[in-house]
Design a protein around this ligand. Structure first.
Ligand code: HEC
Length: 166
């Protein structure tokens, strides 16, 4: 009798742990990323920490685009997915990044703004330089690669009717 109870307890515990794991989306704390394989961005605005305000990784040849996409995908899942959803699909609470429109210059500027400065409503300034440091958690090569990944996810989402755009 005791034996049955113990195994039941273990099963319950196991199920609870698995469910917890499934509920967690990607890594919980931002992991950073090594962008050394990405094309360096050197033509940014010096007075804005070297930022460019338009995704420089658009219109790449197919092979380079694939590399940027793949790096962006892993950097996204390690640093953004926990809040913005796996595969860039929001669970509904935080903004769905696939709604950012690459045709609109303002959306790129908004992207930079949010990443450099964050928001008091829970968006961490992952692309900003923390006080007393010289490097951001994520550099702009990483963040534009993430944007490139998100833009590709947007195209799929539009095709599949998962998001509505006008
Ligand atoms: C700890 C949770 C968290 C993490 C991690 C996070 N975000 Fe956010 N993000 C938020 C929240 C919450 C908002 C909404 C902020 C608001 O409305 O003021 C937001 C807003 C944004 C926005 C503005 C979207 C809009 O429609 O206004 C962008 C762009 C963005 N995040 C990009 C990213 C990227 C890229 C990453 C990973 C590098 C990331 N975020 C990581 C929580 C997070």
């Amino acid at each position: 009798m005791m034996k049955v109870k113990v195994s039941l307890l273990i099963t319950t515990l196991f199920l609870a742990l698995t469910a917890h794991k499934l509920a967690a989306h990607g890594n919980v704390t931002p992991q950073g990323a090594d962008s050394s394989e990405m094309q360096k961005i050197t033509d940014g605005d010096e007075s804005e920490d070297g930022w460019v305000f338009e995704n420089p990784y658009r219109n790449l040849d197919e092979e380079t685009h694939k590399k940027v996409y793949e790096f962006g995908e892993s950097a996204y899942s390690n640093n953004c997915a926990v809040c913005h959803g796996l595969h860039a699909q929001s669970g509904g609470i935080n903004p769905d990044l696939r709604l950012l429109d690459p045709e609109s210059m303002e959306d790129d500027e908004w992207y930079v703004e949010r990443l450099r400065f964050g928001s008091s409503k829970g968006m961490p300034a992952l692309g900003g330089i923390p006080e007393g440091q010289s490097e951001p958690i994520l550099d702009q090569e990483t963040l534009w690669a993430i944007k490139t990944y998100v833009e590709a996810r947007r195209i799929v989402a539009i095709e599949e009717g998962e998001i509505e755009v006008d």
